[in-house]
Each structure stands twice: as structure tokens, then as C-alpha cells.
Write a protein that binds this ligand. Structure first.
Ligand code: PHE
Length: 280
């Protein structure tokens, strides 16, 4: 038994030495690392989904001849309301729950004050889009945020008609939402446009047959719009007998939610990279 044990030990030691011996110079030891494997890419960050939608929308309007401008977030009540034909103490002002900063100073409740600023500073023809943040005293819940994005649009020239307005926005819808998207204009009211409309697009989740995202209607509202009110022209020193125009205001955050099927707006504003990273 002892002799047999020694023989087995010697055989195992010999095999062990063979395996652990330094390879002879020039021997092919085979690859130790696969240099063709892809590396681990560092996290580079990316644009926020709302910012991506803003850029995409502004590019579509750029192709239609609209330039992109920015405006102040701290506004005066005069530009936010008065110059836009909000009658003082009229219930229309209640449409906006305003953060006041002081006497006559506020955080803009919409991007529309830029309509007045641009018309005061530039003679027609005017074609601009104005993306930016707006503020409202809304509770922060699944469908409201106290600060959110809007994109204002304004086109003013001689002979701009309601047909131009409808055609331009319908073309925008086709470019942004795809060739199957349908557009619907519903009568509405804003103090600074007449006539006013709300623009709906066929539901991008169900295609118009009705689902929970569109509450069974087949349509989703994407903007308020209308023909510039003559009083807004007058306040800005533009002759309403000579010039006409249209304006629109849309919510790119809302549009991002519709497009990606996001049901809670807080996801867009809480900055959780596990969520945002999906759009980078
Ligand atoms: N400013 C309006 C809002 O915030 C939207 C709008 C813009 C309507 C331009 C008409 C024309 O609800």
C-alpha cells in the first residue's frame, strides 16, 4: 500500500510541476485578455427628454423660417397680462395662478409676454419661436408642476390668414408626430388671440381608437393658439389694419409625456438619472 501511495504522489507531483513550470521562451501561451471585447463606456450624461423635445420642435420651425429667441423669466404684470389684453380684474387672469415677486413683478406664467416684447422691438415680418420656463402656483402632483416649459410661436406679416395658421400647425404635427398623425382645431378662448383654438393631435398611444392615455377620446391636446388680437398689435405699436398674425403656445413637457407614455410629470423634474438615462 505504501509503495503504491508513493507512486501516485510522484505521478501527481510530476503533473503539477509540468503545469506550473515557466513556459519556454517563445512558447505560445495563448491570449490572456481579449482585446476585441468592447470596453466599459463611461457615463457621459445626455440631454433631458424635455430639452430634446424642445430642440426637435424648434428645428422643425427653423426649417419653416422661424428663428429661436429667449426671454426673461422675471416679468412685469404689464407684459404678462396687460399688453396681452387681459382685462384688469377680469376672470381671465384667474386662468393663471401667479407667483408675484413684488409690486407689479412676477415669474412669467406663460411665454406669451415675449409676443409683446418682440413686436415692440421688431417690425414685421416676424417669425419666431420662444422656448422657456414658466411658473404657476399649482400643486406639484402627477399632472402639475410649479415650473414647466413652454414654446411660444409668433408669425406676423401682411396677409397672414387663418388658413396659414392651420396649415403651418398641421404641417408641424405631421413632421413631429409622423405621417399618420391627424390635427383637430377646437374653438377656445384666450384674451390675446381672436379667434382662439386649442389644437389636438390624434392619440399617439392608440392611434385614435381610444385608450386610457387619451381618456377614450382618441385625441390629445397639445397647444393653445389663435390669430393675434388687434389690441395686442395696438399695444405693441403695430397697425392691425395692415398686419395680421398667429400665435401658439405648447408644452414640450406634456408632449414628451404623451410621446413616451409617461403618466407622472414629477418624473421629468425630479432628476433621477435612472429614469432620465433611458432618454440619453
Ligand atoms: N399662453 C397660453 C397659455 O399659456 C397659450 C397660448 C399662446 C394661447 C399663444 C394662444 C396663443 O395657456
Amino acid at each position: 500500500m505504501g509503495a503504491e501511495g508513493n507512486r501516485v504522489r510522484d505521478a501527481l507531483n510530476a503533473l503539477f510541476d509540468e503545469r506550473t513550470a515557466a513556459p519556454a521562451a517563445g512558447a505560445d501561451t495563448g491570449p490572456r485578455e481579449d482585446l476585441t471585447l468592447p470596453g466599459r463606456a463611461p457615463w457621459r450624461g445626455g440631454l433631458h427628454p424635455v430639452r430634446q423635445v424642445v430642440d426637435e420642435i424648434c428645428e422643425i420651425f427653423r426649417d419653416l423660417g422661424f428663428s429661436r429667441v429667449a426671454g426673461p423669466e422675471v416679468e412685469t404684470a404689464e407684459y404678462n397680462f396687460t399688453k396681452l389684453n387681459f382685462p384688469l380684474d377680469h376672470p381671465a387672469a384667474d386662468m393663471h395662478d401667479t407667483f408675484y415677486l413684488g409690486e407689479g413683478t412676477l415669474l412669467r406664467t406663460h411665454t406669451s409676454p415675449m409676443q409683446a416684447r418682440i413686436m415692440e422691438a421688431h417690425a414685421p415680418p416676424i417669425r419666431v419661436v420662444i422656448p422657456g420656463t414658466v411658473y404657476r402656483r399649482d400643486p406639484f402632483d402627477a399632472s402639475h408642476a410649479p415650473a414647466f416649459e413652454q414654446i411660444e410661436g409668433l408669425a406676423v406679416d401682411e396677409g397672414v390668414t387663418f388658413a396659414d395658421f392651420k396649415a403651418t400647425l398641421a404641417l408641424f404635427v405631421l413632421r413631429f408626430f409622423g405621417p399618420d398623425a391627424k390635427t383637430r382645431f377646437r374653438p377656445s378662448y384666450f384674451p390675446f388671440t381672436e379667434p382662439s383654438a386649442e389644437v389636438d393631435v390624434s392619440c399617439m398611444i392608440c392611434g385614435g381608437s381610444g385608450c386610457s392615455a387619451c381618456k377614450g377620446t382618441g385625441w390629445m391636446e397639445i397647444m393653445g393658439a389663435g390669430m393675434v388680437h388687434p389690441n395686442v398689435f395696438k399695444h405693441a405699436g403695430i397697425d392691425p389694419e395692415r398686419y395680421t398674425g398667429y400665435a401658439f403656445g405648447m408644452g414640450p413637457g406634456r408632449i414628451a409625456m404623451l410621446r413616451y407614455g409617461i403618466t407622472d410629470i414629477r418624473l421629468l423634474y425630479e432628476g433621477d438619472v435612472r429614469f432620465l438615462g433611458q432618454f440619453a
